[in-house]
Design a protein. Structure first.
Length: 301
């Protein structure tokens, strides 16, 4: 393909269509009237030899080819924007800005306190709004729309329109009352009643540990299901219950709740705590600094 013959403005049209899933809104976003945006889509289809976006009741849905193009085109545009952006120095100590993130319960308890401490020390003029991630897919959609600046948590869904950075890895530990502090055996683990955290209510979905147990033909009994993770250690205290929790969360409440931490008697793999943000964040000096600050916090935890 002769690059000189390609209108690179079509790539911004592609990006807008991918994010908006609507021809009119995509055109408005990049300053094109609806007929001009439709023309751009026609030219994009000819350029890539694919329909790219199919009109449905739910909006313009990307084809497999469009999804495959999303990441490389997004990265190329981010690089161009960063190169052409004015070289404006960002001074965190004097900056005034309001930033919004959405986090899981884990992020709220482990990452946010350290992030707030860093902001108060280095960028006291930045106001931080923290929203909960109740529905991961819905929160991802708010990030894609630009309603929030970043998501932080584990097991968050992927999207070709979003950049994912791993902050650190987390693993599981068991909690028991301090009066039952002897290490658990695999048999103990399935014999004892469990307390489970489920933000959605009900019995919760089978987790990693349940899959490991099922592979061995075993199953644990969940005697108590709680809607708030901070309640779990306090429910364990003074009882025969056992809980399985992320190590860093459990460590925050062990002493105050009067519970003991001990190894999980099964080989459960660690999981990642991730930072998700939009590709164009690199062209915003304040947001780029903020995201780098979150990564610094991750390295300290």
């Amino acid at each position: 393909m002769n690059l000189a013959a390609v209108d690179l403005n079509l790539l911004t049209a592609f990006e807008a269509l991918l994010e908006e899933r609507n021809v009119t809104r995509a055109g408005r976003r990049i300053g094109l009237a609806q007929p001009s945006m439709s023309s751009a889509l026609t030219r994009l289809r000819a350029l890539f030899g694919d329909e790219l976006f199919i009109r449905t009741a739910a909006g313009m849905q990307p084809t497999a080819r469009a999804l495959a193009l999303a990441r490389p085109i997004g990265e190329a545009l981010a690089q161009i924007r960063a190169t052409l952006a004015p070289d404006l120095a960002f001074e965190p100590a004097t900056a005034r800005r309001r930033l919004t993130i959405a986090v899981t319960d884990y992020g709220d308890l482990v990452v946010v306190p350290a992030l707030v401490a860093l902001l108060r020390q280095e960028a006291p003029g930045i106001d931080l709004v923290v929203r909960p991630i109740a529905d991961a897919a819905a929160s991802l959609a708010t990030l894609e729309r630009g309603d929030v600046d970043a998501l932080i948590g584990g097991h968050l869904p992927d999207s070709p329109r979003i950049v994912r950075r791993k902050l650190f890895e987390e693993d599981f530990v068991c909690l028991r009352d301090k009066g039952h502090a002897a290490p658990l055996t695999p048999d103990d683990y399935v014999r004892l009643p469990h307390v489970l955290f489920s933000s959605a209510g009900g019995d919760g979905s089978p987790g990693v540990v349940d899959a490991i147990l099922a592979a061995e033909g075993r199953r644990r009994r969940v005697a108590v299901t709680l809607a708030h993770v901070v309640a779990v250690p306090f429910a364990v205290a003074g009882t025969d219950l056992v809980a399985t929790m992320a190590r860093r969360v459990a460590g925050r409440f062990a002493e105050i709740a009067g519970v003991a931490l001990m190894p999980l008697p099964y080989d459960a793999p660690p999981f990642a705590i991730d930072l998700l943000h939009r590709r164009r964040a690199a062209s915003d000096p304040a947001l780029a600094w903020f995201l780098a600050a979150i990564e610094r916090v991750g390295r300290m935890l």
